[in-house]
Write a protein that binds this ligand. Structure first.
Ligand code: HEM
Length: 323
């Protein structure tokens, strides 16, 4: 990548494919800085992102979730206050998620290969979000998810796609999880840290404040780079390596932080755990299809061209069906 300092994060095609070198570069300049093209304050340090969550407020959901150009956010009013957080009941959904996973796998498992994104992750995420929504008139989680239906679906699909890419690239992890299913939870958390579905969260300073050494005037648009905070070497040892044994993996910020953190997180964790468990039951020797993605020494993956989310366009895998 050429001159990273002057790159426009919001329009550069290359950085959407591999954002981590750019985020590392920004963090090395300063964990809080104003980017030159749109005037957005970009926060890439873990400690500073935590400060950012407490000292700024979310932009309106439509602005944040649709990936619109960030200046528009500064013209939006502060979001209204809301009733106490809805209590999600993730375990109540585990059985229906398991049945759903089986129905989706039934459609392709005998082929011994699939495009995991279009044949599993998207159909499952679509049906899971519909199932999890319940009655949107009664539940704030459901109402917000309906309002941002496509983005919520995409984040769920992205998480599943990334998790299976990592399993297919690392047969050792797949075998470890197959034999000890209690490792699925730390695997999901490390997937969220290592390559989470939401790269950034847009926030607004609703009053004069500061993050790190950076003073912010009221109305400043702030981009909290969750994907960069999750790879801050001051917080995570060897941050660019996927590890199952991190004691502090739960400190990732992929679901946000504090009182406005993601209310869907418990449901997502259940959905990911249950579906990975069933995939391991029903497929052996999961591997990347080299005809589609090239050999292990030279893989080619294409990611959705968005500055907001992180998700594969396609993921072609091969496997041995378990009958
Ligand atoms: C892997 C999938 C998901 C990821 C990575 C994710 C991530 C996030 C993040 C980072 C925030 C905080 C935004 C901010 O502070 O500005 C958030 C908020 C939120 N998420 Fe999610 N989300 C996911 C799936 C879901 C699902 C499935 C639902 C609903 C069923 C949901 C409902 C919400 C709601 C309602 C909020 C706003 C919370 C509030 O304002 O109090 N999310 N999400």
């Amino acid at each position: 990548m050429a001159d990273l300092t002057w790159l426009d994060y919001f329009s550069d095609g290359e950085v959407t494919q591999d954002p981590y070198e750019y985020f590392d570069h920004l963090r090395s300049l300063s964990p809080v800085l104003r980017e030159p093209h749109h005037g957005v304050v970009v926060v890439t340090g873990h400690r500073e992102v935590l400060d950012g969550f407490t000292r700024t407020v979310p932009t309106p959901a439509a602005t944040t979730m649709c990936g619109r150009i960030p200046e528009a956010a500064s013209r939006q009013p502060r979001r209204p206050s809301h009733p106490p957080l809805a209590r999600a009941q993730p375990d109540a959904h585990a059985d229906s998620m398991r049945a759903l996973a089986d129905r989706v796998v039934d459609d392709f498992v005998d082929n011994g290969r699939c495009d995991f994104v279009s044949e599993y992750a998207m159909p499952l995420a679509t049906r899971a979000v519909e199932t999890l929504l319940g009655d949107p008139t009664r539940d704030r989680v459901a109402a917000a998810a309906v309002a941002n239906h496509d983005t919520v679906r995409d984040t769920v699909a992205n998480l599943l796609g990334t998790a299976v890419r990592i399993l297919a690239e690392n047969p050792g992890f797949a075998e470890a999880l197959r034999h000890d299913r209690s490792l699925i939870d730390p695997f999901v958390e490390e997937t969220l840290r290592f390559d989470g579905p939401t790269k950034v969260a847009f926030r607004i300073a609703d009053r004069p404040t500061s993050i790190g050494n950076h003073d912010l005037a009221a109305g400043t648009v702030v981009m909290l780079v969750l994907a960069a905070a999750n790879r801050d070497p001051r917080k995570f040892v060897d941050p660019s390596t996927f590890r199952l044994d991190r004691t502090n993996v739960g400190d990732h910020v992929s679901f946000g932080q504090g009182t406005r953190a993601c209310t869907g997180a418990p449901l997502i964790r259940t959905a990911a755990r249950v579906t990975l468990d069933r995939l391991l039951d029903r497929m052996r020797d999961i591997r990347i299809r080299e005809r589609a993605h090239g050999p292990a020494s030279d893989r080619m993956y294409v990611y959705e061209p968005t500055f907001l989310l992180r998700g594969l366009v396609e993921l072609h895998i091969e496997f041995t069906p378990v009958r």
